[in-house]
Each structure stands twice: as structure tokens, then as C-alpha cells.
Design a protein around this ligand. Structure first.
Ligand code: ADP
Ligand code: MG
Length: 373
């Protein structure tokens, strides 16, 4: 029996991978209808800091992992006393907080974009000496995802207003960069000798949410090698065990780190259809102390996210017409979420093949058909 903290779609794909390998899974998630909870062997419907639930986890399973960086690090520490927990509380506590994450990266000489820590109103006063940070994005240090917890600002006054909107909780102010491209590295690591890396992924966002991923990324060899070098260094420096993703900006010809995810990543979903061992298989293998391995079955893939927006295309919730886009090498994955909301990830489609340009065109045609019908 393996434990999964978090019941979203990433947890759901983990449950599928674990069950396929013969494990049972207990999911902890406070949502009665969570995507992973619905297919788990056991669903503990309690909050992530509920001591009774954590004790139950301890008695039910041998090893625990997570799908969601906002699990309190104290929960992981509590479980670490009795169970295998990976990734561990140390790595998660760093990457779940943007201030700790950026400070950690700087301390390891890993390039990050220009930023200023905003802890209180005093740090905002000091900004008047730092006008060249604007235009900028104020991001809450914790609990943001899919572009949530971020406000774009152009002046000291706008920053103060935004900081008040976030109830004066610690934030970072990031200079808004002109991005040439975004890429990510998804890797799985057991130890320094056993670390496997998926092909570099190119990511396109809409309103701060991942929209489309292209594999392999269409970048030059130098940028590719640099992103992979940096991601590997981060994993080694954190002594990371499990699946990790690093998001990069390519900006004025430089590769810089945007953020780290201590879990499988939306951009790694192509691996479900394009590889023998997908990112969730690796999560199971790392957690259970087995050897990792990637075998590719397709040269190229394109992944299109399906947001609730398509369900709501005519005002009321209606399942998109997937029957109109089905065909060989079109893989539709739905997460079994009852309620569609704007910006909510409801599923994704992966196209596999051997010609990137054709796959991108096909993804755009599929998008159009789903929107128009
Ligand atoms: P999340 O936790 O929501 O993924 P990110 O910090 O990765 O938060 O921001 C989401 C997206 O917003 C990024 O992938 C990028 O497209 C855009 N973005 C974030 N920070 C910056 C920045 N400093 N400059 C330009 N674009 C940014
Ligand atoms: Mg991100």
C-alpha cells in the first residue's frame, strides 16, 4: 500500500500507474470527489494536517509521496519518522515557498530573473529606489498555481495595492521578462547514479496557464544542454528523490530558472502516451526503491490542455465533442471533475507521431473543432 498526499489529476495518474504495477494506494485529500480519491483503494477524506488521518496513513502504508507542493512540510516531517517519504520535507519546504526557492537557487549560483523580496510595507517603500524592476509581477510566496496568486504591477503604488490584496502575506516582486520561449525538464531521481531525464519540453501558456507543450522542444543544442545541466544540478543539490520538474525561461539568449515543482508536471503528460515508462511510473519506481528507466516509443508529441472554458463554450456546461476529433494517435484524457470552471484543468489531449509541425497543426485543428461544436 502506497500513500498519496493530494487527490488532483496528478494523484489520479499516480494511482493508475501504481495499481498497474500491483500496488494499492491510499489517497489523502479533503475533497470528497477528488479525481484521485475516486479511484484509490482507500480515500481518507481529511485535511493534510489532520493527525488522526496521518496516523492512519502510517498504519496503512509503507511509503508516501505527493502530487501537490502545498502539502504542509510539517505533515511530511511527521510522516518521515515512520515511513519512506519522497520527495522529503526538506526539498518540499524549499520549493513550496518562492522566497526560499529563489534564495536557494541564488546560493547555488543558478540563474534566476531579477526579483525583490516583499515581506512588509517597509520593503515596498524601499522600492522607490528600484524603479527599474517595473513592469513586474507580484507573486505570493506560497499557495499560488496556474497563474493564481499573481498580480501584474507597473508602479510602487500598484505594488502596495496588490500586496494589500494578498493581505500583506510575504511575496516576491519579479521583473516582467520578455520571454523568447519557455521550456521544462521533467526528471526522476533515486540517487546520483540513477537519474533519468525526459526530452526537453517546450511550453506555451495562455493567461499564466499551460496551454500547449511540444516535445522535443524546438531550441538550439546549447539551450537544451544548459536546461538539462541546471535541472540535474538542482536535483543533486536538493538530494532529491522522486519526480521533479524545472520550469525555465529562455530570455535574451539566456536560460534562467522560473520555478521548481516537487512532483510530476503537466508538461510531462506526453510521457503517458509517448513513453513506455511515464512520469507517474517513475514516481512509483522511485518511491518503492526500484530502478528507473525511460523507453520512448514516439519521436514527437504535442499536448493540448483542456480547460473548463471549452465545457462552458455555450454558456452552460456541456461535454466537448471528443467524438469529432478521435482517431489513431489522438489520446484524450479526462480527469473526472464534475464541475467545469474557467481556467480549471479538466483533461488533456496528446498527439504522438514523428513530425512536430504536423502535430502542432493537428492540435490547432482539434482545438478549433472542440470550440466550434
Ligand atoms: P505558476 O505557479 O502559476 O505556474 P509561474 O511563476 O510559473 O506560476 O507563472 C506562470 C506563467 O506566467 C509562466 O509560465 C510565464 O508564462 C508567466 N510568467 C511568470 N513570471 C514571469 C516573469 N517574471 N516574466 C514574464 N512572464 C512570467
Ligand atoms: Mg509555473
Amino acid at each position: 500500500m502506497l500513500g498519496m498526499l493530494g487527490g488532483g489529476q496528478l494523484g489520479r495518474f499516480f494511482v493508475i500507474a501504481a495499481q498497474k504495477m500491483g500496488y494499492a494506494v491510499v489517497v489523502l485529500d479533503p475533497d470528497k470527489k477528488s479525481p484521485a480519491g475516486q479511484i484509490a483503494d482507500i480515500h481518507l477524506c481529511k485535511s493534510y494536517d489532520d493527525v488522526d488521518a496521518l496516523d492512519q496513513l502510517k498504519s496503512l502504508c509503507q511509503a508516501v509521496t505527493t502530487e501537490f507542493e502545498n502539502i504542509p512540510a510539517t505533515t511530511l516531517e511527521y510522516l518521515e519518522n515512520n515511513l519512506v517519504v519522497c520527495p522529503g520535507s526538506n526539498a518540499v519546504s524549499i520549493v513550496q515557498n518562492r522566497i526560499k526557492e529563489k534564495t536557494f537557487l541564488q546560493s547555488k549560483n543558478i540563474p534566476v530573473g531579477e526579483f525583490i523580496i516583499i515581506n512588509n510595507l517597509k520593503s515596498i517603500e524601499n522600492l522607490s529606489n528600484n524603479q527599474d524592476i517595473f513592469p513586474a509581477i507580484l507573486k505570493t510566496a506560497q499557495f499560488g498555481y496556474d497563474g493564481k496568486g499573481q498580480i501584474h504591477v507597473k508602479s510602487v503604488l500598484e505594488t502596495e495595492n496588490a500586496f494589500r490584496k494578498f493581505n500583506l502575506k510575504p511575496c516576491i516582486l519579479e521583473k516582467k521578462l520578455k520571454l523568447d520561449l519557455e521550456v521544462s525538464v521533467v526528471l526522476a531521481r533515486s540517487n546520483e547514479e540513477d537519474c533519468v531525464i525526459y526530452p526537453l519540453i517546450e511550453n506555451h501558456h495562455q493567461s499564466g496557464i499551460l496551454d500547449l507543450s511540444i516535445i522535443p522542444a524546438q531550441v538550439n543544442d546549447l539551450d537544451k544542454e544548459e536546461s538539462i545541466r541546471l535541472a540535474t544540478k538542482i536535483a543533486n543539490d536538493l538530494d532529491y528523490v522522486g519526480v521533479m520538474a524545472v520550469e525555465f525561461f529562455i530570455c535574451s539568449g539566456k536560460v534562467i530558472v522560473n520555478e521548481i515543482a516537487p512532483r510530476p508536471h503537466n508538461s510531462g503528460h506526453f510521457s503517458i502516451d509517448a513513453c513506455i515508462q511515464n512520469q507517474f511510473d517513475q514516481q512509483v519506481l522511485a518511491l518503492t526503491g526500484n530502478a528507473l528507466g525511460i523507453e520512448k516509443i514516439n519521436d514527437c508529441a504535442v499536448m493540448l490542455n483542456l480547460l473548463g472554458d471549452i465545457w462552458l463554450r455555450n454558456g452552460t456546461q456541456k461535454l466537448p465533442r471528443f467524438d469529432l476529433v478521435e482517431g489513431p494517435q489522438v489520446n484524450v484524457h479526462l480527469y473526472d471533475k464534475e464541475e467545469a470552471r474557467i481556467g480549471r484543468k479538466m483533461g488533456h489531449i496528446t498527439l504522438v507521431g514523428n513530425n512536430t509541425k504536423q502535430l502542432i497543426d493537428k492540435a490547432e485543428r482539434i482545438r478549433e473543432v472542440l470550440w466550434k461544436n
